[in-house]
Design a protein around this ligand. Structure first.
Ligand code: ASP
Length: 329
């Protein structure tokens, strides 16, 4: 079989595209899963369990981030910090290898917004549902309505914030020092990207957004192209950090585009961060923004604006390990 294939190739004098792809396929490092921050280590364990049994990248990225949605966290799930009105609202998104995508934003009282996002993708003709519409859809789809209360930790953080911070619904970001900036120690949004053993990719992201945000504020996490992006012929990317700035540059889609142009995942992430610095200039030092990415070969990378960003990588060579991302400022 092998011999006749070789003879056929020799006769042609070149390696046809379809055989080239099959040959290169064996060098692809897959499955692979990468997720943001230290909590990514625990989320990766679940995702790897799915992937190592031959499960799909889509199931892996959904079930992986559900681990973080269940944990105590400042910035993911219903136990997270609330907005300025004392309400926790959640944003989440998911995307598969066929450009199918779904997201929810400003969603209260649902434990697993990532699963609602997946239902939006699979059960509706839409990509994004927000607020009361998203909640109505979730409840109609069978998701349990959780109590409208804060976790004890979040309650305490909120009371402290109320004491020390002025409630200014329209802050002038330049002058107001207590505007809730995303700094390295106040966020752990989880974004996850994975490729399964069939070479199919998927991405997910779930967050409560910025602590003490204005009611109704939505960040990059549920915005396809900003928070996550997948092009199965090229690669995946996902981001965390100050969502407004990732939206400004269409961060994740930009990184996939850079990879399409031939940049490695690491350099593609770096170039997106450089773009933010070029736009924000002096203000860049006050924010944190970070990306993770991998390409079709399973090569991976991450980059942050500032020191302190970690991402968790799991593949068969590295097992599950936390990596300190390189940074620019
Ligand atoms: N990107 C998230 C947002 O802006 C926050 C984060 O990653 O910490 O909502």
């Amino acid at each position: 079989m092998m011999n006749s294939r070789r003879k056929f190739i020799n006769k042609l004098g070149f390696v046809p595209f379809f055989l080239k792809t099959a040959a290169n396929n064996s060098t692809v490092i897959k499955p692979i899963v990468i997720s943001t921050w230290d909590a990514g280590i625990r989320a990766n364990v679940k995702a790897w369990e799915v992937l190592s049994k031959g499960g799909s990248a889509l199931d892996a990225v959904e079930q992986g981030v559900m681990v973080t949605e269940n944990e105590k966290s400042c910035c993911v799930g219903l136990q997270a910090n609330p907005d300025r009105d004392g309400k926790v609202t959640l944003d989440a998104s998911i995307m598969d290898h066929h450009f199918n995508c779904g997201s929810v934003a400003f969603l209260p009282r649902i434990k697993h917004p990532i699963s609602v996002a997946r239902q939006v993708m699979e059960k509706t003709p839409h990509v994004m549902l927000v607020g009361s519409g998203a909640l109505q859809f979730a409840v109609q789809s069978g998701f349990k309505l959780e109590p409208d209360t804060l976790s004890p930790e979040a309650q305490q953080h909120y009371e402290t914030w109320l004491k020390e911070s002025l409630y200014k619904p329209t802050p002038n970001i330049e002058n107001q020092t207590n505007y809730p900036k995303v700094s390295p120690n106040n966020h752990d949004t989880i974004a996850m990207i994975a490729m399964d053993s069939f070479g199919n990719m998927a991405a997910s992201c779930t967050t409560s957004g910025m602590a003490f945000k204005m009611s109704g504020r939505v960040g990059d996490s549920p915005i396809i192209g900003a928070g996550i992006y997948v092009d199965n012929n090229i690669g995946c990317a996902a981001g965390t950090g100050q969502g407004e700035d990732s939206i400004r540059i269409g961060g994740s889609q930009r990184i996939v585009h850079y990879m399409e142009q031939g940049l490695s995942p690491k350099l593609a992430c770096k170039k997106a961060i450089e773009k933010i610095i070029a736009i924000k200039k002096e203000q860049a030092k006050n924010i944190q923004l970070a990306y993770i990415a991998f390409n079709k070969k399973g090569e991976y990378g991450g980059y942050a604006l500032q020191k302190g960003f970690t991402f968790a990588l799991y593949n068969k060579h590295t097992a599950n390990k936390l990596i300190d991302a390189p940074f620019l400022i």
